[in-house]
Design a protein around this ligand. Structure first.
Ligand SMILES: [Ca+2]
Ligand SMILES: [Ca+2]
Length: 241
């Protein structure tokens, strides 16, 4: 654009152009320096973040990573059973040493604030099967459980009145057979136990309700006494009250 002007103007144009060039270079230099400074800052931040990750639970740090929730206190482990009762799955079990009829055994359980055991899961059956096996000295030493068909033959009910769930039944292969050789009324009370261990947990049978057998009582576990109770503190840790 300067070519058709006289030399003074040309000179002006040249100077202007040179000045613009210098200014552009200066701007570029400034930008370069700023860019480098920013890069340094960024790498400092990166290095800092890998070497000083705040510990979980650090209360003052604003950039705390998300911490996992405090370990859940298994309420089951906080529950307790009286002496002589065995805790399992939130319940307490009493394996009697004395022997009596199914009805008398049930009364003994209710006198202790419990009832004959009701088996609600395969897991509970597994616990009981192993426990009973250990306690038995021979196959005649089996245990009453809270199962009876005394109201209606073949209709097995738990002591709480609920019907037996077929998919949660653990009868021995040939049971219940309601054998009525010695008693025309047949066998109306449920027992469990196989000294040698049960095949696939199948160790229930029906037998004469009047037989004297050991028994298993069950009741929900107790809440711990106040002094043993635990609570969450501010940081998620457990503080005794
Ligand atoms: Ca029967
Ligand atoms: Ca039987």
């Amino acid at each position: 654009t300067c070519s058709h002007f006289f030399s003074f103007t040309e000179c002006c144009c040249f100077l202007q152009s040179a000045f613009d060039k210098i200014r552009t270079n200066q701007t570029l230099q400034t930008l370069k320096e700023e860019n480098e400074a920013l890069r340094r800052n960024l790498s400092d931040i990166k290095t800092g973040s890998t070497t000083s990750t705040p510990a979980c639970g650090c209360p003052k740090c604003p950039t705390c990573p998300t911490c996992p929730p405090p370990p859940a206190v298994q309420s089951l482990t906080c529950l307790t059973c009286e002496a002589g009762w065995e805790p399992h799955g939130g319940n307490c079990y009493y394996f009697s040493t004395s022997k009596s009829s199914w009805t008398d055994s049930r009364r003994s359980c209710t006198d202790l604030g419990s009832d004959l055991v009701k088996i609600d899961s395969r897991e509970e059956q597994m616990f009981l099967e192993i426990r009973v096996r250990d306690l038995m000295e021979n196959d005649g030493e089996n245990f009453w459980i809270g199962l009876t068909d005394s109201k209606e033959e073949g209709k097995w009910l738990w002591v709480d009145g609920s019907p037996l769930n077929k998919s949660l039944s653990f009868w021995m292969p040939w049971e219940p057979d309601n054998t009525n050789i010695t008693n025309p009324g047949g066998e109306d009370c449920g027992g469990m136990g196989k000294k040698g261990g049960a095949d696939d947990l199948m160790c229930w049978f029906d037998q004469l309700c009047g037989l004297r057998r050991r028994s298993i009582c069950e009741k929900p576990a107790d809440l711990p006494k106040p002094k043993e109770r635990l609570s969450y503190g501010m940081s998620g840790w457990i503080n005794p009250l």
